[in-house]
Design a protein around this ligand. Structure first.
Ligand code: AHR
Length: 499
């Protein structure tokens, strides 16, 4: 019997809803087809946005959406995407799939999508191939209200009111596709570009995100912070976040492996690589602590998730992959890790929202399916805005001889609904475990359980959209300040507890 200890008397930090954020790039069928079909489409839409997708994302309580990239962001010139659609520039998306980008989805459409979703906006600016003036004018266009060339242009384009930009990324992957820069060079550019990301409205200050490292590039973190920190200390609002990108590639970058065709060894390797996220957060966090001991700068994990080979027969530049129970576990583990490090991790954005990499939704024409990853987000939404509680689960080592992992993985919060929310993952593909959960000085008065479980390859298809779906989990025995239950193999469990 494994013990799960929860101390509801000890709150460890606030869980920003944005920890469950998402990312949508002009890549493959994410924006076009996945989110935006245009007003004249036969697919039911509101102002061009797919109604079915918007409805599903609202149910999942999507808290924030990042756009327009990714690598695309550092090639994106925002003025190409405003004004009458017929006159917008048509061009080739050279980075992703070599298809025509007609710019029919631009700033106005992104803001309209976020309005429909009721989520915060995270716009990523172009440092790699854009000018300071271009970035500055974009911010003016989106957020300035009053007499100004950009505010006038926005009004002329049909939107007199300004929008709220909650988060702004000053470049993306500037160590790579965003300009192949050195940390010192980028650090200096960051100082310059961010100066013109002006805060025009009191009470609507923009959260500025500096481009951080890829995986374990501690040299980048150190170099960028060394170049900027003297200013960061002095200037309020100079840097609010530093990004981190880490994808789970089970077989390495070169040979990524299949989303559907994998064995137990590959499964456990995927789990092990996913758990590495915690080490990255700790290590980059330790460097940040040297420059920012009060943790004023958030770590923003704005790209994470599994990255496999594309589905056979699909455009290699579209990054379209299926999603199984293995991905559900990857999502559950990452979201638990982010919760546990909510003192430093202020936002995270899974890549990507629809039809690209570890998506929560897949579409085919007018059809739409929710992936196992969707269901995990839908179960975890109760942690949003909660207070992290001290918790610990006794584990044993399982897995493949070269890829050992703990069998169980948890996080617990006190939700804003007043209930305790436990999310527990069973990583074993074969074993179920008996759990004895103990709650310090807290009587449990009722339990509502939801489970997502299945064979590791289980996934949804357009023919069988509900092969993997959540089910009620009611085999929980309440005993005063403890609970007893059995968690099945390969599962993600959510328990909501009345106290
Ligand atoms: O998400 C796909 C790509 O991965 C993004 O465009 C880029 O930032 C990262 O390398």
């Amino acid at each position: 019997m494994a013990k799960l200890y929860v101390n509801p008397k000890h709150q460890l930090g606030h869980i920003n809803p944005e920890i469950q954020g998402h990312f949508s790039e002009h890549l493959g069928r994410c924006i076009y087809e996945g989110l935006y079909v245009g007003e004249n489409s036969d697919i039911p839409n509101t102002n061009g946005m797919r109604n079915d997708v918007v409805e599903a994302l609202k149910e999942m309580q999507i808290p924030v959406l990042r756009w327009p990239g990714g690598c695309f962001a550092d090639e994106y010139h925002w003025m190409d995407g405003i004004g009458p659609k017929e006159t917008r520039k048509k061009m080739i998306n050279t980075h992703w799939g070599g298809v025509v980008e007609d710019n029919s989805f631009g700033t106005h459409e992104f803001m309209e999508l976020c309005r429909q979703l009721g989520c915060k906006t995270y716009v990523n600016g172009n440092v790699g191939s854009g000018t300071v003036q271009e970035m500055s004018e974009w911010v003016e266009y989106m957020t300035f209200e009053g007499v100004s060339p950009m505010a006038d242009l926005r009004a002329k384009n049909g939107h007199p009111e300004s929008w709220k930009v909650d988060y702004f990324g000053v470049g993306n992957e500037n160590w790579g596709c965003g300009g192949n820069m050195t940390p010192e060079y980028y650090g200096n550019l960051y100082r310059r570009y961010q100066t013109y990301v002006r805060n025009y409205k009191k009470g609507q200050e923009i959260f500025k995100i500096c481009c951080g490292p890829n995986v374990d590039d501690y040299y980048w973190t150190e170099g960028v912070l060394k170049t900027t920190h003297d200013h960061a200390e002095k200037a309020h609002g100079f840097m609010n976040g530093l990004s981190l990108h880490y994808y789970t590639h089970p077989d390495g970058w070169e040979k990524k492996g299949s989303a559907l065709d994998f064995d137990e060894e590959k499964y456990y390797k995927t789990m092990k690589k996913t758990l590495y996220m915690e080490e990255l957060i700790k290590n980059h966090g330790a460097i940040m602590d040297q420059y920012d001991p009060e943790k004023k700068i958030g770590l923003i994990v704005d790209e994470w998730g599994t990255w496999y080979e594309v589905e056979p027969g699909t455009n290699p530049g579209f990054l379209y992959q299926q999603n199984t129970m293995r991905d559900a576990l990857v999502a559950g583990i990452n979201l638990n890790i982010f919760n546990k490090h909510c003192d430093r991790v202020k936002m995270a954005n899974i890549a990507q929202l629809v039809n690209v990499l570890q998506s929560v939704i897949l579409t085919e024409g007018e059809k739409m399916i929710k992936t196992p990853t969707y269901h995990v987000f839908n179960m975890y939404k109760y942690h949003q805005d909660g207070e992290l509680l001290e918790s610990y689960v006794e584990t044993e080592e399982i897995g493949h001889k070269d890829f050992k992992v703990p069998n169980l993985h948890e996080s617990v919060s006190l939700g804003k609904d007043g209930r305790i929310h436990v999310t527990l993952n069973n990583l074993s593909v074969t074993e179920s475990y008996d759990i004895d959960a103990v709650f310090t000085e807290t009587d449990i008065k009722g339990v509502e359980g939801t489970i997502l479980t299945g064979e590791m390859h289980a996934h949804n298809t357009f023919e069988e959209p509900d092969a993997v779906r959540t089910e009620k989990f009611d085999q929980v025995e309440i005993g005063g300040q403890s609970l007893k239950f059995t968690i099945p193999a390969c599962s993600v469990l959510h328990l909501a507890l009345e106290i």
